[in-house]
Design a protein around this ligand. Sequence first.
Ligand SMILES: [Zn+2]
Length: 75
Amino acid sequence: MSCPICGKDTDPRYRPFCSRRCADIDLGRWLKGGYVLPGDAAEDGADPLAEDLPSGQDMSGQDRGPSGGPSGRLN
Ligand SMILES: [Zn+2]
C-alpha cells in the first residue's frame, strides 16, 4: 500500500499515509471539503450592503492549500 498523497510507502504509524506531513495534508483537504459549504459563507452577512461589495473579502485569500503535488522529495 502506498501513501495516497505522495505515493510513497506507508508508515504504520501514519497509516494510510507515509508521514505526518501527508496525513496533515489529507486532513486539511478533508476539512476543507467538509467544512466549506457553498452558500454557507454568504449567509454569514445577511447585511444587504454586503451584497453590493465585490466578492473580494479577506477570507477568500485563504485558498492557498497544501498543493505540493506528488513531488515527494521534500521529505
Ligand atoms: Zn506521503
